[in-house]
Ligand binder design. Structure first.
Ligand code: BEZ
Length: 395
């Protein structure tokens, strides 16, 4: 599909005047005082609902702040990255060079993020990562202008191994998509599970976004582990849980995962998701006034139930608004802007979190169980968990 650019908010008068070269001085001033924010997210493909939820979350946060950033009107740009890593650099360059965005919000897929990372590091453009967990973004390739509001890929699974062992599940198989998100989620699982004394009997994988799980499920059945742990996300995760149940594994071999497995897909997965255990930095059932209000407002505005992706988008909006308020809209004052973002304490629906030195959230990870189509919190699996930030040297 061809890449689309949509300018979502822009005064027709200004666009008309600009295109005829007749900009009046006061209009030129008003235009230059606007801030340009670009979404680079998947709007088609396996992760399309994740992209939509993130955009909704960002818009909701900024609408709550009066629809401006540090008093400046916003021009929005939007680009579908299709979760296609081979187009990551080209698409990020479109937003940065052609559309001249001041802020790039994106993306979901770790491979695509590597393209964004290259472009924004070279151009010095502010990048807020609202999902993609690729380690390098806040480790070896960290940068003063890159902030992540989500997680690193191994953060949720670093909290997974111990509760599995606490339940007496001593032998586990791992299954995932073979790309950075799955491979790095495995690192967290491997480290936490083996440290707790568990044995990983097999690592299974298939390419993203393949959903032909049957042969691997047959292999799992023959391995007879105590449990299966996994990383899948988006609508394909619902298919994985349905196929797992249909293969007769659900009642024999407990299914555990990084919490993305059950985010935003509980209706689609149906009874196949009931009882699935996960670890994640959010839960729909968090019984706090902040989360209850967020869920109510989101459902009213978008006629959809929010999930972790919506929360990460919302927190991206909060972070940007907070930074821009601190510099009173003076985007050129990067030092003060980044300082404010770096030292932010975000009052999120997920609970309060802060930013690590390498610009990744320090956050609680919850243990959850699917009950009646809800990710029910069982407890806190890891308190204020930070990523190692290994190799990060801020310039
Ligand atoms: C990733 O590619 O980093 C990713 C995608 C979906 C959910 C979680 C991580």
């Amino acid at each position: 599909m061809t890449t689309r650019r949509v300018v979502l908010v822009r005064s027709a008068a200004v666009v008309g005047a600009a295109s005829t070269g007749l900009l009046l001085p006061q209009i030129a001033r008003a235009q230059s005082s606007r801030i340009r924010v670009g979404f680079m997210l998947p709007y088609t493909g396996a992760y399309a609902p994740l992209g939509v939820a993130i955009e909704n979350g960002v818009r909701m946060a900024l609408n709550e702040k009066g629809g401006k950033l540090g008093g400046r009107e916003i021009d929005w740009f939007k680009l579908d990255d299709e979760s296609e890593p081979s187009k990551g650099v080209e698409n990020a360059s479109r937003l940065v060079q052609r559309d001249k965005v001041d802020v790039l919000i994106g993306t979901v897929h770790s491979g695509v993020q590597m393209g964004i990372q290259k472009v924004v590091r070279e151009a010095g453009v502010l990048n807020i990562i609202p999902n993609a967990g690729v380690h390098a973004a806040t480790r070896a390739l960290c940068a003063p202008n890159v902030f992540r509001t989500s997680f690193t890929n191994s953060q949720p699974t670093l909290a997974l191994g111990k509760p599995m062992m606490d339940k007496g599940l001593k032998r586990a198989a791992w299954i995932t998509w073979k790309y950075a998100a799955g491979d790095e989620a495995f690192e967290g699982f491997r480290d936490s599970y083996t440290k707790a004394g568990g044995t990983i009997v097999k690592e299974l994988g298939l390419p993203f976004p393949n959903v032909e799980f049957q042969a691997l499920l047959t292999e799992i059945a023959s391995l007879k582990p105590d449990a299966v742990a996994c990383f899948f996300a988006g609508p394909p995760a619902a298919k994985f849980m349905r196929d797992y149940a249909a293969a007769g594994l659900k009642d024999k071999i407990q299914l555990w995962g990084s919490g993305f497995l059950t985010e935003g897909v509980l209706d689609a997965a149906g009874p196949a998701a009931e009882g699935v255990m996960t670890t994640m930095h959010y839960s729909d059932s968090l019984d706090t006034p902040r989360n209850r209000q967020f869920r109510l407002d989101y459902a009213k505005t978008f006629r959809l139930q929010p999930d972790v992706y919506a929360v990460q988008g919302y927190d991206s909006g909060l972070l940007l608004a907070l930074g821009m308020a601190a510099v009173k809209g003076d985007f050129a004052n990067r030092q003060a802007l980044y300082k404010a973002m770096e030292t932010a304490a975000i009052d999120s629906p997920r609970g309060k979190w802060t930013m690590s030195k390498s610009h990744n959230p320090i956050q609680d990870i919850y243990l959850r169980r699917v009950e009646n189509k809800e990710n029910k919190v069982i407890g806190i699996a890891a308190k204020a968990l930070a990523d190692s930030g290994a190799g990060c040297k801020m310039a």
